[in-house]
Design a protein around this ligand. Structure first.
Ligand code: DC
Length: 210
């Protein structure tokens, strides 16, 4: 069973993916961390984020045991990730790893931007999580302040708007719902309600396919 969860930055997709995976006892992969780690490794080697060949080499050599590095969660690394994620060669280098993870028995939850469209077009369930941009910025702002980062709400809102534009506007695997994805809008609902909505979608889609 493969559950693909996509959506823009701070939509709640990561939280929903983690809770859905816990619910079913599946493993969960946050693919944003892969791109964040590639950006980290490019910088650590003194490379430039816009050097596609260098970033692709970092992607091919990625050590997935380093994904719990707290540095990956910073706002700066999210920005850097969005740049390396625009390189087709980086995306290609990370494809097999993601597909292998998705095939783990008894099932996997995998979240990102292009899981339902490119990584796992045959996923059993595809959910596209979204929310109003100001609500997403407020969530990301609260999260970063909690982590001790010196940010302003306006600054975070600006960064999220630019990230949305970059993630949606790139030629390689742009952020967009798969035609068969079910959209889950978390603007006005709690985490618990969002989890329930996701579980309802999964039950309905898998029930219909059974
Ligand atoms: O979900 P996140 O904020 O950790 O993602 C960081 C960046 O990585 C995001 O701006 C775009 C990129 N990304 C991507 O292009 N494809 C994915 N499947 C996941 C993330």
């Amino acid at each position: 069973m493969i559950i693909a969860i996509d959506g823009p930055a701070a939509s709640g997709k990561g939280t929903i993916a983690t809770l859905v995976a816990e619910h079913f006892g599946y493993d969960c992969l946050d693919t944003g961390l892969l791109y964040r780690a590639v950006a980290r490794d490019v910088r650590a080697r003194g490379g430039a984020l816009d050097d596609e060949a260098g970033a692709a080499r970092a992607a091919a050599a990625l050590d997935t045991t380093t994904l719990d590095d707290a540095e990956l969660r910073t706002a700066a690394m999210g920005e850097a990730a969005s740049v390396v994620a625009g390189h087709p060669a980086v995306r290609a280098a990370l494809l097999d790893l993601q597909r292998q993870f998705a095939r783990r028995p008894p099932g996997a939850v995998i979240d990102g931007r292009d899981i339902g469209t490119v990584v796992c077009p045959d996923a059993d369930v595809k959910i596209f999580v979204t929310a109003d941009v100001e609500v997403r910025a407020r969530r990301r702002f609260d999260e970063l302040v909690h982590r001790g980062e010196a940010v302003t709400f306006e600054g975070v809102l600006d960064v999220i708007r630019k990230r949305d534009a970059r993630d949606q506007g790139r030629a390689a695997a742009p952020l967009r719902p798969a035609p068969d994805a079910v959209v889950l809008d978390t603007t006005n609902i709690t985490v618990i309600a969002a989890l329930q909505a996701a579980l309802d979608i999964i039950a309905k889609v898998t029930g219909a396919k059974a």
